[in-house]
Design a protein around this ligand. Structure first.
Ligand code: ADP
Ligand code: MG
Length: 252
């Protein structure tokens, strides 16, 4: 009961960072970053190369610990030792390139590291379940796969990204970090992925999107955080800004 009540109180899937610092030797990669993100919104982290975007995302996803500051998830302060702990807390990251193993088939990619075990045959993967589930879950994201035994390398770039997103959600992600999810894709494939990212809002996911495509980010984002030299130099809700204003601040 206590657990249930707690879950009801905390279904906003909120992340709050307070005064976060991270140094690498004498490089101050993040300086005094404070921000808050919530479910049902797309939060865009914008900044040039070297600004600190990946460092920020790596702290949220459990790759690094902050040197100073507080990291709060649904009102509880957390300190993840590794990404597995973050995933267990419902925080998953989809990386640009590492998402999918091309030579492995589609359903194995979907269940990678979480293989369903057959009831009757100890230690055997329940392939039928894996294949059916993969098909069903991908269909929710507008992807029809005739044969999930195909290698994942036969999927288009956009389909691979969407597979990684579908997989994260199936395994319980409530907070999803997307690091440049469309930067390796052509326009058409990119649009496909964008369409599905927008749908995540209806699924009440807290989306944190790292991008340096300002026009695309502005089109899909609800909230924008601009990072420069490790500092948060601007924070805007969509109605209060424009792609051009964001660009001006970034280029200043
Ligand atoms: N593991 C690391 N070791 C040393 N320096 C790092 C490391 N990761 C990032 N940095 C430095 O921290 C700064 C921010 O990097 P990063 O977060 O990767 O920026 P972005 O993702 O915005 O391009 C850069 O100066 C980068 O060289
Ligand atoms: Mg980066």
């Amino acid at each position: 009961m206590a657990f249930l009540e707690r879950n009801m109180l905390t279904n906003n899937n909120q992340i709050v960072l307070k005064n976060i610092y991270k140094n690498f030797g004498n490089i101050n990669a993040l300086k005094n970053i404070s921000m808050s993100t919530n479910s049902g919104k797309i939060h865009c982290i914008l900044g040039d190369n070297g600004a600190g975007k990946s460092t920020l995302v790596n702290i949220v996803s459990g790759v690094f610990r902050a040197d100073q500051g507080k990291y709060v998830v649904n009102d509880d302060e957390v300190s993840f030792s590794n990404p597995r702990e973050a995933i267990e807390a419902g925080i998953s990251t989809v990386y640009q390139n590492l998402a999918i193993i091309p030579i492995m088939n589609i359903y194995r990619n979907f269940f990678l590291g979480n293989e369903p075990i057959h009831n009757n045959y100890l230690n055997m993967m329940d392939k039928e379940f894996a294949i059916d589930t993969t098909k069903k879950e991908l269909r929710k994201f507008d992807i029809s796969i005739d044969n999930p035994k195909r290698s994942a390398g036969t999927l288009s770039g956009g389909e691979r990204q969407i597979l990684a997103i579908a997989r994260a959600l199936y395994f319980g992600a409530k907070i999803l970090i997307l690091d440049e999810p469309t930067s390796a894709l052509g326009v058409k494939e990119s649009n496909k992925v964008v369409e599905q990212i927008i749908q995540l809002k209806n699924k009440n996911i807290n989306v944190i999107l790292v991008s340096h495509n300002i026009d695309q980010a502005f089109m899909i984002g609800d909230k924008f955080f601009i990072i420069k030299n490790g500092e948060l130099v601007g924070e805007f809700d969509k109605p209060d800004t424009s792609a051009n204003k964001l660009r001006t601040i970034l280029e200043k």
